[in-house]
Write a protein that binds this ligand. Structure first.
Ligand SMILES: *[C@@H]1O[C@H](CO)[C@@H](O)[C@H](O)[C@H]1NC(C)=O
Ligand SMILES: *[C@@H]1O[C@H](CO)[C@@H](O)[C@H](O)[C@H]1NC(C)=O
Ligand SMILES: *[C@@H]1O[C@H](CO)[C@@H](O)[C@H](O)[C@H]1NC(C)=O
Ligand SMILES: *[C@@H]1O[C@H](CO)[C@@H](O)[C@H](O)[C@H]1NC(C)=O
Length: 389
């Protein structure tokens, strides 16, 4: 059923795009800012009720103490002129904005959308609710005019989004209003174009992409999202193409992993690219194998701690290319547990399947990435100013 949806969508999109005397819009660049989010966001990626059966290893417990806060990347968008700070998450397919009617305490300190006087606003009279962010999100499916730095995705019908009336408590301390998911489709709400599907409608095939540069604070590199284009000054060498292994998420096959030059045998692992969280999350057994190679690393129920001065080199092989992770990205120096031990940014958890790894911004800080659904591919390139080789 779902495959059909995608097939019909792509076919009709191609027909629409080819039928119109229509030029692709220019590329739009959105500067992103790093902000604090609650650790609960990680739980969206590591504890799916359908897969979490082993209580002892339930990811909610291990992550509780170790990850007090996380970072994610934000941009400003407007809905019919009203401004919102939204988290850009490639691992999420919906677009959520708090409603003026939201009375949850988590909504108190957020910009809330008020549809009064907005002619583009339509409500579908269709409520929605799903588990997200360590709690339940409820609201009503709606449509309004989204503007991303001058760009409006889709045609005049507007952008579908979830107008949220109830937000989980865990959103309370997050410095953002809503979430703009850039997954290739929306797993939660079918038969409704999400933001990326609307981008596909506007651009000709070669430009129906978005690109991400995730900066590193220590290097003062900036972060940006480009819709409909690529910033060639940000990388060196070629963009290397890897086929997607999924129709909804930006997931790819991983072909190798090494730590301090020693290769570990992980077969058939899939990496889901998630800009909305920072760690790399791997199944517990994989995490054990990795940290066995690090002297004095201690398993703290999936989250590993080690001496803060530990330094190790990790390479993740995708296709035939080894992508280096800067050692500075692998230890969470900002979350000092005490003077001596720091948490590792590779964590153990229950991901959506036994072979899924979540590649958060710990990975993304080390590559320039381009997301292309027409080619069913993600492209990576080495950063132009990489301080680490
Ligand atoms: C807010 O609640 C009022 C009263 O129930 C309702 O009339 C209005 O449509 C709601 N607005 C939104 C955006 O849900
Ligand atoms: C919304 O849906 C409810 C129940 O499905 C229905 O009773 C109500 O009349 C609908 N309202 C509108 C404005 O369509
Ligand atoms: C509201 O959020 C801002 C940042 O977005 C923060 O500085 C402020 O302390 C928050 N206020 C409350 C009451 O939570
Ligand atoms: C590398 O990137 C920086 C800024 O991000 C830019 O100023 C510089 O020109 C780029 N170098 C190349 C060779 O494109």
């Amino acid at each position: 059923m779902y495959i059909w949806h995608i097939f019909i969508f792509i076919t009709s999109t191609l027909l629409i795009v080819n039928a119109l005397p229509y030029k692709s819009p220019k590329p739009y660049t959105i500067t992103l800012k790093k902000k604090l989010i609650s650790k609960a966001h990680i739980l969206h990626y590591v504890s799916r009720p359908s897969t979490t059966t082993d209580i002892k290893r339930a990811a909610t417990e291990p992550l509780k103490n170790e990850f007090h806060q996380d970072y994610a990347y934000f941009g400003e968008v407007t809905l019919s002129g009203q401004k919102f700070n939204v988290m850009i998450d490639t691992g999420f397919g919906d677009f959520l904005i708090p409603s003026i009617n939201c009375t949850s305490s988590a909504c108190k300190n957020k910009s809330k959308y008020n549809p009064v006087n907005d002619k583009s606003f339509k409500t579908k009279n269709k409520t929605f609710g799903y588990v997200y962010f360590g709690g339940n999100v409820y609201g009503i499916r709606s449509t309004a005019s989204l503007n991303i730095n001058g760009y409006t995705p889709g045609y005049s019908s507007g952008q579908n989004f979830g107008l949220v009336n109830i937000l989980p408590e865990s959103f309370k301390n997050d410095e953002f209003d809503g979430i703009l998911g850039l997954a290739a489709s929306n797993e939660f709400v079918k038969f409704e174009y999400n933001v990326y599907e609307n981008i596909l409608l506007n651009y000709e095939t070669e430009n129906a992409i978005f690109s991400l540069m995730i900066g590193r604070e220590a290097d003062e590199t900036e972060s940006e999202l480009i819709i409909g284009g690529i910033d060639q000054s940000k990388y060196t060498g070629e963009l290397v193409t890897t086929q997607m292994s999924d129709n909804i998420y930006w997931s790819i096959h991983l072909d190798g992993f090494s730590i301090n030059g020693k290769s570990l045998e992980f077969q058939g692992r899939i990496g889901k690219i998630v800009s909305g969280i920072s760690p790399i999350i791997v199944p517990f057994d994989d995490a054990h194998k990795i940290y066995q190679k690090i002297p004095n690393a201690i398993d703290n129920d999936g989250s590993f701690v080690m001496p803060c001065e530990s330094e190790f080199k990790v390479k993740i092989k995708i296709g035939s290319v080894d992508w280096d992770i800067d050692p500075r990205d692998l230890i969470d120096v900002q979350q000092l547990r005490n003077q001596e031990t720091c948490s590792g940014m590779i964590m153990g958890g229950i991901t959506a399947s036994d072979n899924e790894w979540i590649l958060g911004t710990t990975f993304l800080k080390n590559v320039y990435s381009v997301y292309d659904y027409y080619d069913h591919a993600i492209r990576f390139a080495k950063l132009n100013d990489s301080k680490f080789q």
